[in-house]
Design a protein around this ligand. Structure first.
Ligand SMILES: [Zn+2]
Length: 439
């Protein structure tokens, strides 16, 4: 099905996520926390597959990419230097009638209050800082102010010297980080698309200033591989270079990777030429020298940064939209997630045709499980119903142990996408899964 044709796709995805435990509203039994979500078994597995693929997608012919995991809390000084304390805000208005708050740049509010419908009843526009502020320790003085990080990048910049002096990397190189970030969005939107607590996968590429534009162009092209690797239909992906007036003041160029959601083209990833702004700021504010020494020219310089920043949760949502399909099998409409095998949460299901085959099928299950694959065993319900359950969570293949299996040493391999079945030797099952994951 073409996603443009199904107006209620977002509702369908939300329903599927809830039904199969991919995603839960956070603190649901207490009424939920708006813009915050929890991920269940299958959702966690998909996210972990996305992270692994993202790390693989950073391999490049020019330099090392080392991993990093920074703290979520940062002292005020960091966010002063980065500009977030003074500038990381959205324009906000309150409805004078119902007191609800909205972003002043939301095109919907021109028509009246989206909550109560009242027209032209707004407070003047104010700036609302999106960082979550907290206090660290018991002292009530200013020294204890901290913020939950609104982006992961700054912890990389402030650790630049530590990484440089302990990992033996040489310019150019990248520092990659996967972790949570927090933004107190005025209006969280579109399920996982705009959340208040979310995960970023970011890589900061450090290079010489004169090479930065070339690397920027390299990463713009190279990053598309990630979307191919996770199985996205590339007709739904485009790159959009920022206009001059969209650029941050320190940035020379920036390109977004966008995905075509039913609610429009939306940003998945930002690739930005950040200049030497970040390291220069932290050098100035901390008083620590963050320059590197160039052996060739015998001079010191502050490296330039090219940043590639993807939202994990958005990517998760994109993957579900792109994979979601409905078709008719044996006169019945089925929901099928056509996930790339490497992203599928469950790689295969082992199914005994009837309870009589349970024991033998269980042996096969245990053997495959030992190889480290995430697989399921399911013996309850009709075989058609069990196939449908696996289709809906994107399991690429089901192996059915049936009446003949004991005699011919074979099982039926049933393909999720085509529903075609073929007979394969039980000893061929591991190779079948391995091959499928290499695609
Ligand atoms: Zn209102």
């Amino acid at each position: 099905m073409n996603i443009q044709e199904s107006a209620n796709s977002l509702e369908k995805i939300v329903a599927l996520c809830k039904r199969r435990g991919f995603v839960y509203q956070s603190a649901e039994i207490y009424g939920g926390l708006n813009g915050v979500y929890d991920f269940g078994h299958l959702g966690s597995l998909i996210k972990s597959n996305l992270r692994q693929t993202w790390i693989e997608s950073l391999q490049n012919p020019y330099g090392c990419v080392v991993m990093f995991e920074g703290a979520l809390l940062g002292p005020e000084a960091v966010w002063k230097a980065s500009g977030h304390v003074d500038h990381f805000s959205d324009p906000m208005v309150d409805c004078l009638n119902c007191k609800r708050r909205f972003r002043a740049d939301d095109p919907d509010i021109a028509k009246g209050c989206p909550a109560c419908g009242k027209k032209d009843s707004w407070t003047p526009v104010r700036q609302f800082n999106m960082m979550f502020k907290t206090e660290v320790g018991a002292a009530a003085d200013g020294s204890s102010i901290a913020y939950l990080r609104p982006e992961t990048a700054q912890s990389i910049f402030i650790n630049f010297k530590n990484v440089l002096s302990t990992t033996r990397v040489k310019i150019p190189f990248g520092i990659a980080q996967i972790g949570k970030a927090f933004r107190n969005e005025i209006t969280p939107k579109q399920f996982l698309f705009r959340m208040r607590e979310f995960e970023q996968m970011e890589m900061e590429w450090f290079c010489k200033g004169e090479m930065a534009l070339e690397y920027f162009e390299f990463w713009c092209a190279h990053r598309l591989n990630f979307y191919r690797m996770i199985g996205i239909n590339m007709n739904n992906i485009r790159q959009r270079p920022h206009e001059k007036d969209e650029l941050a003041h320190y940035s020379t160029c920036c390109t977004d990777v966008e995905y075509k959601f039913p609610f429009g083209w939306k940003e998945m990833e930002g690739i930005a030429h950040r200049g030497a702004f970040d390291l220069t700021q932290h050098s100035t504010h901390s008083g620590k020298d963050l320059s590197v020494f160039d052996e060739e020219t015998k001079t010191s310089y502050i490296p330039t940064v090219v940043e590639c920043s993807v939202g994990t949760d958005r990517t998760f949502l994109m993957v579900l939209f792109d994979a979601y399909d409905e078709d008719v099998v044996e006169g019945e409409t089925r929901v099928v997630l056509r996930l790339a095998p490497r992203i599928a949460p469950i790689k295969a299901a082992i199914l005994p045709l009837t309870k009589k085959q349970t024991e033998a099928a269980m042996c096969l299950y245990a053997d495959i499980k030992k190889l480290g694959y995430q697989i399921e065993f399911d013996e309850s319900g009709s075989i058609g119903k069990r196939y449908r359950r696996q289709d809906e969570i994107g399991t690429p293949v089901c192996f059915t142990y049936d009446f003949d299996s004991d005699n011919d040493g074979s099982v039926t391999a049933r393909d999720r996408d085509t529903t075609k079945q073929e007979r394969i030797g039980i000893d061929q099952v591991p190779a079948y899964i391995k091959k499928m994951l290499e695609k």
